[in-house]
Design a protein around this ligand. Sequence first.
Ligand SMILES: [Zn+2]
Length: 227
Amino acid sequence: MVSKCDNAKTSIHKYSNFAYTTMTIQIRTPEEPTEIDADAFLPTEFGNFRIKVTIDEDGKEHCLVYAGDLKSADTPLIRIHSECLTGDAFSSMKCDCGPQLQSSLKQIQQEGCGAVVYLRQEGRGIGLHSKIQAYALQDQGYDTLDANLALGLPADARTYEIAAKMLKEAGVRKVRMMTNNPLKVKGLEENGIEVEFRLPHMSGVSVQNIDYLRTKNERMGHMLELE
Ligand SMILES: [Zn+2]
């Protein structure tokens, strides 16, 4: 006859076997590759791209959104786009960033080869918090340049070394560049990328951003053809 005590021992023994078996399965791990490139397929509403992420020495994560064979293209179509959360993600009409980004992705797809270098230098390099402070001053009548200066910030704090590095790593040495900003052309050329052509890049002009665009033209050296 089995005592209550014996039953208890049996069940503890069984449980203990079960636990041991379960743990053995859990610690069995498949072999995994040690290095995985941050470079993957990215389907978009504009067409299929790949996205490759580069982390700079400050820990900022920039990306190359590209299509086609950049290495064998002679002068691929390139846009250097600085992050603009309000324009790119929220379709803000205070600036023309969102439409410019979309237009460049469309044009790259039309050619079948090219890249957007998406740089994480929000607000022309001053960061989101400062950009929104500048917007608050613009609400009081400052233009985009004077608002930055009133906050003690540079009009444009962006640099382009990392963009040139990312393009070189993708096998690009010479580009056709979609931009209205001569500083971007200069920034790439100073860092070893030849800009064979500059293609004017107009899109997203609206009643809400025409003053902003005029300021960029008249006071910040941009080359926009505004009415
Ligand atoms: Zn913007």
